[in-house]
Design a protein around this ligand. Structure first.
Ligand SMILES: [Zn+2]
Length: 361
């Protein structure tokens, strides 16, 4: 994301937050909810990535934008869903779909992308305490590896490199000196991530590998602040009522892959999950998830592999139809979202959600 577009997002965030607080203070949300056009058949699918004890951890050297909520905010958000909506499991939604029965009004699903171990350590106990469920979409190639994603490691390297390190990436027009302070480095990292999206999959992998070697920061070293979950943790979560879905094998943008590699990502993740968890896996979330992350061929491959629903990372409220069930929009939750905004987004999604950074899902 460029600095310019970061500022645009910041402006949109600011306006929505202010409007949400204002509506909350005036007690206008119930009214907005009532005047909203009929909500029959709607499905709110919340999208989280990471939940940490604090949404502003000290000295955090990974991408803070992937922190969706603090532990306490997440608990409050789940309590709000429980009291005002109908939290469901994907299994229940699929069952209704199969029997051609309508969704209850206020149907809501909670999802997590990527498979960070804080999902197990922090989100899972909260959900279990509240008697709620969520779907965890994981990239199977990372489970048990201890290895962070390449994007995460890129940010970590930039945030941890010695002061005055030179970052020279001619293919992206980058020739920078790494900034001194963490906030400035984060801005550089956001800029770099935006540019990296211009490279194809192999180009991205080559860049990260080159920097790992040049800066002596091998990704295999891992980091306690950024670990994927293990199969044992996933099995425990499944026994505790959670659902596990596919997010590909290695978090690659499916629509950008040759047919054979795309099919390998889709089938490989499904096979690994079913082998390790012992249950049919019927739902996938497209890695990255924006408009350019999946296309007609991707949908056909996903359908052909036996998936019955697929989530995108496009912002909005879904309706289950023959076409839409393979491109369900979601409502991203992000760390700067306070409770008035969260409540407003649930009440009036059209007004209070927005397409966030598509690369991150
Ligand atoms: Zn993802």
């Amino acid at each position: 994301m460029s600095r310019g577009s970061s500022m645009n997002v910041a402006a949109r965030v600011g306006r929505r937050q202010l409007l949400a607080r204002w509506c909350h203070r005036l007690g206008a949300l119930p009214l907005l909810k009532r005047v909203r056009p009929s909500a029959h058949g709607e499905l709110r699918v919340l999208a989280y990535h990471r939940v940490l004890e604090s949404s502003e951890p000290d000295g955090f050297s990974f991408d803070p934008e992937l922190i969706s909520a603090s532990a306490e905010d997440f608990r409050q958000q789940m309590l709000h869903l429980k009291a005002n909506f109908v939290p469901m499991r994907f299994e229940e939604v699929l069952d209704l779909l199969e029997h051609d029965m309508p969704l209850p009004e206020g149907a809501t699903l909670v999802t997590f992308d990527d498979g960070y171990d804080d999902n197990y350590r922090i989100a899972f106990p909260i959900l279990r305490d509240l008697g709620m469920s969520a779907m965890f979409f994981v990239s199977t190639g990372h489970i048990d590896s201890g290895r962070p994603y390449a994007y995460d490691w890129l940010v970590h390297m930039l945030c941890s490199a010695p002061v005055c390190t030179r970052l020279h990436v001619p293919e992206l027009g980058v020739d920078w000196t790494v900034e001194r302070d963490l906030p400035d480095r984060r801005r550089q990292a956001a800029d770099l991530l935006y540019r990296v999206k211009l490279l194809d999959d192999d180009g991205q992998a080559a860049l990260v590998a080159r920097l790992e070697q040049a800066w002596c920061m091998p990704r295999t070293a891992g980091h306690p602040d950024c670990r994927p979950m293990s199969w044992d943790q996933l099995r425990e979560m499944q026994r505790g009522g959670m659902e596990i879905g596919s997010h590909g094998v290695d978090h690659r943008m499916l629509a950008k892959l040759p047919r054979e590699s795309m099919t390998a990502e889709v089938l490989g993740s499904k096979d690994a999950l079913e082998r390790e968890l012992g249950v049919p896996v019927q739902v996938i979330s497209y890695p990255v998830g924006g408009l350019d992350a999946f296309d007609h061929d991707t949908v056909e491959a996903v359908r052909g592999a036996g998936f019955r629903l697929a989530c995108s990372y496009m912002a909005g409220v879904g309706r289950l139809g023959p076409r839409t069930r393979f491109s369900l929009p979601r409502l991203p939750v992000e760390r700067h979202m306070d409770m008035p905004w969260f409540k407003a987004m649930m009440a009036m999604p059209e007004l209070f959600t927005y397409d966030s950074r598509q690369r991150t899902s």
